[in-house]
Design a protein around this ligand. Structure first.
Ligand code: UFG
Length: 332
């Protein structure tokens, strides 16, 4: 049996492939390397470079890799800001790409898919912590396309006997314990890698977007979840589907919120650098607080996040960034 990982050269995809390989699974990867990196591809996975919008390419892979029993789908664009400036890019890659993929899965009788979803499907939360049954009203195109993808799985599943698990991540962060793979986005927009650019000498100060929220120190609260814990949830979700269980949706977070200022302070402690911070205006579209209830994933999937400590999370990120200051770039 093999597992096909779409987007296996990206941040969360590559960590999931490493976790699958650590478990001894046979892994096939598809990635178009638009935002993923060849260097992040696990050396023992079979890698096909190509785009999920290309049906002939997908058919070729499914015809060659006849042992595929489940798909884990990370192949999507995921920048909130970009999705507001270029929404059609998100509809094309995220939705049209998934449509082509599902066509190919139905044609090749592949029955299970685990899907990389997001807290952005909720939009402004109606309560904290957020439950899977809460209102989903995305406030950006990225979240909207991910929610539409979830719905596509639902209806295609009903018609063709396909089951899916959608995993709604909160703030993915940290890096593989080995320091071999980590977070590398271009451009980088996420808080922790941006903070760590300061001790790396790549940025003068970290900008804090808004100090006037109704939170304990006025800055936004997020639920930071280690990428390795996310990876484990995908493995459990594949097993859940292979066991014949019904389609389902799970939040993935630690259920603990940290303010932006707390994250900066923890990074100062980990790196020993003063990391100057500059207060800026609010960033458009940022909810004040996003904290998950992941009780369902814990109860139903048996998921146990193991790296909930923010200091430990930032330590793994720092290990990666300090040894790969240019990500997967050549100047490392
Ligand atoms: N922030 C700063 N300064 C920065 C960068 C970020 O203060 O330079 C703040 C943001 O305003 C936010 C927090 O740090 O309050 C975290 O921001 P990130 O950009 O790291 O993450 P988001 O919470 O915006 O995004 C995450 C996921 C998205 C998902 C979104 C749902 O990364 O994929 O949650 O709202 F869509």
């Amino acid at each position: 049996m093999s597992i096909l990982v779409l987007g296996g050269a990206g941040y969360i995809g590559s960590h999931t492939v490493y976790a699958l390989k650590e478990k001894g699974e046979d892994v096939v990867i598809i990635d178009n390397l638009e935002t993923g990196y060849k260097e992040a591809v696990h050396p023992e996975a079979r890698f096909y470079e190509g785009d999920i919008r290309n049906r002939a390419f997908l058919d070729e892979v499914f015809e060659k890799e006849t042992g595929i029993q489940a798909v884990i789908h990370f192949a999507a664009n995921s920048q909130v800001g970009e999705s507001m400036v270029d929404p059609l890019k998100y509809y094309d890659n995220n939705l049209c790409g998934t449509k082509v993929l599902l066509d190919a899965m139905v044609a090749h009788d592949i029955k299970h898919i685990v899907f990389s979803s997001t807290a952005a499907t909720y939009g402004e939360p109606e309560r904290i912590p957020i439950l899977e049954t809460d209102r989903t009203e995305p406030v950006n195109t990225y979240g909207e396309t991910k929610l539409s993808m979830e719905k596509m799985f639902k209806w295609v599943g009903k018609a063709h006997g396909l089951t899916y698990v959608s995993l709604r991540y909160f703030n993915a962060c940290g890096a593989h314990i080995s320091g071999q793979i980590g977070e590398a986005h271009n451009p980088e927009t996420h808080l922790i890698p941006l903070i760590l650019q300061v001790p790396l000498g790549q940025r003068e100060a970290i900008k804090i977007f808004g100090e006037d929220y109704g939170t304990k120190d006025g800055t936004c609260i997020r639920d930071y979840i280690h990428v390795t814990d996310l990876a484990q949830a995908h493995i459990l979700a594949v097993q859940y589907l292979l066991d014949g269980k019904e389609s389902n949706i799970f939040n993935l977070g630690n259920g603990i919120g940290f303010t932006v200022k707390e994250v900066v302070e923890t990074a100062r402690k980990v790196t020993g650098h003063p990391i100057p911070a500059v207060i800026e205006g609010r960033r458009a579209g940022d909810p004040a607080q996003l904290i998950a209830s992941s009780e369902k994933a814990k109860t139903v999937l048996g998921w146990k996040p193991e790296h909930a400590d923010l200091e430990e999370i930032i330590e793994t990120a720092w290990k990666w960034h300090s040894t790969h200051p240019n990500g997967y770039g050549k100047e490392d």
